[in-house]
Every structure is written in C-alpha cells, then in structure tokens.
Design a protein around this ligand. Structure first.
Ligand SMILES: NC(=O)c1ccc[n+]([C@@H]2O[C@H](COP(=O)([O-])OP(=O)(O)OC[C@H]3O[C@@H](n4cnc5c(N)ncnc54)[C@H](OP(=O)(O)O)[C@@H]3O)[C@@H](O)[C@H]2O)c1
Length: 252
C-alpha cells in the first residue's frame, strides 16, 4: 500500500484532548496538515489544541462507545483522509490484578468497549468516507500488550489483542479501497495512562512524529519507541521466553 504524507491532509483523531492524542494533533499542525478534527468526550478539554490550531482544528464531541456520536462524527467529517483511532483506557497498569476481584469483569468490559469495539465502530463509520476520498489511512493505536500479555493488566492486554486482530482483518478487507491500515504498538509512553509505571518512557510527541514518518512510508506495523522495538525483537526471537519473563513479574 502506498504511504500517505500528513501534509495538506484532513485528519480525525479520537481522544485528542490529552496524552498521545493531543501530540498527534499538535504534530499534524506542525507538519502542515490541512485540517484536524479533534475529538473528545468533552469539548471543554480541547481548549489547548483549539488555541494551537486556530481555524485548522475543528472540535467534535465523541465517546467512541456511543454509536450515535460515532455516526454524528462521520456526518460532520465527510472529508477525512486519515483516521487515527487513539482513544483508549487501561486502569491500574502498574498494579497486579486479581482475576477474582469483583470489579474486574466490569473493567475488562470497559477496556473491550473502548479499546476494541470503539475501533470497530469508528472503522465501520469511516471506511466509506476514506474510500470516497481516495483510500487514505486508518491508524489504530494498539500496544505491545496486544502482542504478548502484560500480566499487570490482563483485561487491557486482551482488549489490545482483540484490536490487533481486527486491525489485521480491516487491513485485508480495506486493501481493495486502497486504504492503508496501520497498527501502532507503543511501549511505555509518558502520559496519564502510564504515570505510575516504573519504566523509562518516551514522550508522546516522539510517538506522533515516528508514526507520521512511518505511515508516509506505508508501514503497517509500527513500533514507535525503543522499549517497543526491543520488545518486538524479543517476541520474534523467542515468544515463549518473553511470555515466561512477563509471567515472572507476578509470580515473585
Ligand atoms: N501511555 C502508554 O504507555 C501507552 C502504551 C501503549 C499504548 N497506549 C495507547 O495509546 C492511546 C492513548 O493513550 P494515552 O497514553 O495518551 O492515555 P491517556 O493520557 O490516558 O489518554 C487517553 C485518551 O483516550 C480518551 N478516551 C478514553 N475513553 C474514551 C472514550 N470512551 N471515548 C473517547 N475517548 C476516550 C481520553 O479522554 P478523557 O480525557 O475524556 O478521559 C483521553 O483523551 C491508548 O489507546 C492507549 O491504550 C498508551
């Protein structure tokens, strides 16, 4: 699939009010995007990106688990060429989770609803729009936890594994539309989500720059930070050894 440059493109970003999503907005503006639809559950939280972008940034109220809001976003943004599915949740990434704790299933359902079904809803709503606009790209922000279980966050890992699988499916399905479908697999990134994670973290701005450079080359699988790049090397070298090393984190 040919690559797609951010310059002069119309981009829609979910979860654009903070963290990696905000960095995607600001970096797109810095790289000459034509228009950015910045989506947030609460438009009041978009003040900073709206101020940064002037009339190039358009706010959209969007909870990705709400089908009516997803459909309304598609009506508001018929010129989108690049869709970035960034919104995500992952609670207590630093703490061991007991599978028998009474609230675990609720949390797992939330993670599946946002991290997996959110992407499904968005791709269904926007695939036709991208096709009408020449193909474009869908960029799904997944996680290295979607390639091998992260034992502190089993529900999060499962939701990201599901999102990884559906990303592969959409890539196959939408190839006929000339749509690049990229999966992004970050390691620890310096945002609210990972604030208690005791690991070296990469800045969200570096992630955004790396992702835009990779989609310009047509990359399908993107590892945007040194931790993720090391992780995938271990995965490819010995998947089982990596699983055992992760398991040991909650066995000692
Ligand atoms: N940080 C990391 O270490 C890391 C590593 C791997 C992958 N990721 C992935 O990167 C993506 C961005 O995460 P982040 O690190 O930037 O986390 P973050 O700072 O916690 O930001 C999460 C964003 O998602 C939004 N969001 C949550 N639920 C939503 C929903 N139902 N509908 C729409 N938006 C929703 C949040 O909006 P509100 O402000 O309204 O809550 C917020 O804008 C996520 O998919 C995450 O899984 C992060």
């Amino acid at each position: 699939m040919p690559g797609i440059d951010i310059k002069d493109k119309v981009i829609l970003i979910t979860g654009a009010n903070r963290g990696i999503g905000k960095a995607f907005v600001l970096t797109a503006l810095a790289q000459g995007a034509k228009k950015v639809y910045a989506c947030s559950r609460d438009e009041a939280n978009l003040a900073e990106v709206l101020e940064a972008g002037g009339d190039k940034v358009l706010p959209i109220t969007l909870d990705v688990t709400n089908q009516e809001q997803v459909d309304a976003a598609a009506s508001q943004a018929p010129d989108v060429e690049i869709l970035i599915n960034n919104a995500g949740v992952g609670a207590n990434l630093d703490k061991p989770v007991s599978a028998s704790a009474s609230n675990d299933e609720k949390r797992m359902q939330l993670e599946l609803n946002v991290n997996y079904f959110g992407i499904v809803k968005m791709v269904r709503a926007f695939a036709g729009i991208l096709n009408n606009n020449g193909g474009g790209a869908i960029v799904n922000i997944l996680s290295i936890a979607g390639l091998s279980n992260f034992p502190f966050a089993p529900g999060y890992s499962a939701s990201k594994h599901a999102a990884h699988a559906i990303t592969q499916h959409f890539r196959a399905e939408l190839a006929r539309n000339n749509t690049l479908v990229a999966g992004v697999y970050p390691g620890p990134i310096d945002t609210d989500m990972a604030k208690d994670l005791p690991l070296d973290k990469t800045s969200p701005e570096a992630v955004a720059e790396h992702v835009y450079a990779e989609i310009a080359k047509g990359s399908e699988d993107i590892f945007p930070d040194p931790y993720a790049q090391g992780f995938v090397q271990q995965l490819e070298a010995d998947r089982k050894a990596l699983e055992k090393a992760s398991a040991a984190l909650i066995q000692n």
